[in-house]
Design a binder for this molecule. Structure first.
Ligand SMILES: [Zn+2]
Length: 420
């Protein structure tokens, strides 16, 4: 009997795996309507997150953290001032506990791996709040009801009214979800599997340069501005915040408003990033980008400028695309003349790239075109000799006239830009 059961399970897993091969995974975030929450629903959600925090810290305090028996604990021991008190977990379902327990286990494992690599790490700490709870199985921990306009969450009878359900395509498979608490309210983030569309459109290749002034430029000459400025309201709130007395109620209230403002800002960045990445993804079969130093900019001179744009978000999204190819950082894409291979210095005040061989181009488009050329050579062995030739040229020139490495040149470039 047991063997039979095992075989059945194995078959069904294999079936799912085969199905997933022709599907793509997407996530959608739905908002729980704040003004249609009943008092009991508000209390339930609030309690859920408090209990999640209790359970999380309780598990961390156990000797047998990895044992699955801790998931069955119905009460959590929490520290109140100098002693421990027991709290009942009435709302947190067993599946939610499993999710939290798995999160702790995987965090510990990650820390252990980092330690093995020689990084200095501390212990996993007790936390002041939990802001997301896993809803592991569709139909059990959560499900749609009433034409997808409401969602039922395990542990509460009355379903929750939601916004944004129209984003979800028809005929998709629902996988895990997450209940999320943000400054602006409660959200449900759902993972779904959708059948892949097979498109056989003739598409071209493109090189992309991440500048600072125009932000993003393609080798086809398209420019995208991805600046997101901080709102005046945020600056005002920050001023008020600094004047309020520490740990006062008013200060906490202002902090909540600031958090909400930051959330809006992040949403704007995500929106811009999604639109640009979607545009590039659907129009080009291969995207070439250069492994530049956005993270270094974050720390250095450009911190503010980069933070105020969706640049970082776009780069991360592009990096994760199947159609993206990275070219190495050492290629001097800003200075190289694609026509004669000479390396020309170009100051940041100059918006046009000029070479002795009469080649001229807009400086950002020029870089993007170079990225495309180098990327193509890398991906296509039949033109590999061009890339090799390029590299040898680059090296001979740079050895004679420039001893500085490309990285320091780029840093120099950043520095001079700061003075503009
Ligand atoms: Zn030239």
């Amino acid at each position: 009997m047991l063997e039979e059961y095992k075989q059945l399970r194995k078959d069904s897993l294999q079936k799912t795996r085969d199905k997933r091969k022709n599907q793509e995974c997407k996530t959608f975030t739905l908002k729980i309507q704040k003004n249609s929450l009943s008092t009991n629903q508000s209390i339930f959600l609030n309690k859920l997150f408090i209990e999640a925090k209790w359970f999380y810290n309780h598990v961390l305090n156990q000797n047998d953290i990895f044992s699955s028996s801790v998931r069955k604990h119905a009460k959590a021991k929490i520290k109140v001032l100098d002693h421990f008190e027991e709290r009942e977990l009435n709302n947190l379902s067993s599946q939610m506990k499993v999710g939290l327990h798995e999160r702790i286990c995987s965090s510990i494992k990650t820390l252990a791996t980092l330690k093995k690599k020689g990084m200095q790490i501390g212990k996993l700490k007790f936390i002041p709040e939990v802001n997301s709870i896993e809803l592991k199985q569709y139909d059990i921990t959560y499900k749609f009801v009433e034409n997808n306009r409401k969602i039922k969450i395990q542990g509460f009878k009355k379903p929750f009214r939601i916004n944004g359900e129209q984003q979800i395509p028809k005929n998709c498979d629902f996988a895990n979800a997450k209940l999320i608490r943000k400054a602006s309210g409660y959200y449900i983030q759902i993972t779904v599997f959708i059948n892949k569309e097979i498109k056989q459109k003739q598409k071209n290749e493109v090189g992309i340069d991440f500048g600072i002034k125009d932000n993003i430029v393609t080798s086809d000459g398209e420019k995208f501005n991805c600046k997101v400025t901080e709102s005046k309201r945020l600056k005002k709130l920050q001023k008020i915040f600094s004047k309020k007395q520490k740990s006062s109620k008013e200060r906490f209230k202002v902090l909540k408003k600031i958090k909400k403002e930051y959330e809006t800002n992040t949403n704007k960045k995500q929106d811009i990033a999604n639109k640009i990445v979607f545009h590039l993804k659907s129009n080009y079969k291969t995207i070439y980008i250069q492994d530049e130093m956005i993270s270094a900019w974050h720390k250095g001179l450009f911190g503010r400028q980069v933070q105020h744009s969706a640049l970082g978000t776009i780069k991360t999204k592009l990096k994760n695309l199947e159609s993206t190819t990275m070219i190495e950082r050492h290629h001097p894409t800003t200075k190289l003349c694609p026509q004669c291979g000479k390396i020309n210095k170009i100051s940041l005040a100059e918006r046009i790239y000029k070479c002795e061989c009469l080649y001229t181009e807009d400086r950002d488009i020029h870089s993007a075109k170079n990225i495309l050329m180098i990327g193509k050579a890398k991906n296509n062995p039949s033109v590999e000799h061009i890339s090799k030739e390029l590299e040898s040229k680059t090296y001979t020139v740079s050895e004679k006239s420039e001893t500085a490495s490309y990285d320091s040149l780029k840093a120099e470039e950043c520095e001079s830009l700061a003075h503009i």
